[in-house]
Design a protein around this ligand. Structure first.
Ligand code: DGI
Ligand code: FE
Ligand code: FE
Length: 193
């Protein structure tokens, strides 16, 4: 199948798998990621595919998301059990691989890490993480104008900015921070200095 057919097929599959507002968000992420990819010399088709699939498990119940992870031997941490909104990244990677037949490890990894990030990400991983935050349907958070500009200028600086705001936000709403979110922040903080 040609790449254009694959992306159109995934788009249709997401339209039926997701609720209307989540599908709108998904389109926003896919097209934002594609534009960022062309600016940062990353494969545009991979960015589109990862964008379309990044939240593919989002409208499945948390119980079923856990079962999907168990089925494919992907471990769920205690913090994920306490904060099940985190699990859709791992469940999404499983579905991308086994249901939507994605073999590209870089795409699978971008889906896997789109919620917490991780230290030393590839440009594609950073693009999906950032596009998820800045896509046009997102509520305009504080610093959004600046973060949107950074997304097209400096991926590492943009990662740091988003992670700093996310840690502050989690603290503000008294939610437990995943150790990986904190490690990702520390990594980009040290990198930029
Ligand atoms: O799936 P989206 O809504 O598009 O965005 P996302 O994949 O970034 O997931 C957002 C959810 O994940 C939201 O409920 C906040 C939560 N989240 C992200 N990082 C952390 C976190 N929740 C906790 N408890 N700790 C984190 O470090
Ligand atoms: Fe998500
Ligand atoms: Fe998302």
């Amino acid at each position: 199948m040609k790449t254009i057919d694959i992306t159109q097929k995934l788009r249709k599959e997401m339209q039926s798998a997701l609720k209307a507002d989540r599908f709108d968000h998904t389109l926003g992420v896919a097209y934002t990621a594609a534009n960022m990819a062309s600016v940062h010399d990353v494969d545009v088709q991979k960015a589109l595919i990862a964008g379309f699939l990044h939240d593919c498990a989002k409208n499945i119940s948390h119980d079923e998301q856990m079962q999907i992870c168990r089925k494919y031997d992907v471990e769920i941490t205690d913090i994920e059990k306490r904060n099940p909104a985190l699990i859709h990244a791992k469940a999404g990677m499983c579905l991308a691989k086994h249901k939507y037949d994605i073999k590209d490890q870089e795409i699978l990894s971008a889906i896997r890490w789109h919620t917490t990030g991780k230290p030393d990400m590839t440009d594609l991983e950073k693009i999906i993480f950032i596009a998820d935050f800045i896509e046009p349907n997102r509520k305009p958070l504080e610093h959004m104008d600046e973060i949107r500009k950074e997304a097209f200028r400096d991926l590492n600086l943009c990662m740091l900015h988003i992670l700093r705001d996310t840690l502050n936000y989690l603290d503000h709403i008294d939610k437990e921070c995943d150790p990986m979110t904190k490690s990702t922040f520390d990594y980009y903080s040290n990198l930029i200095g």
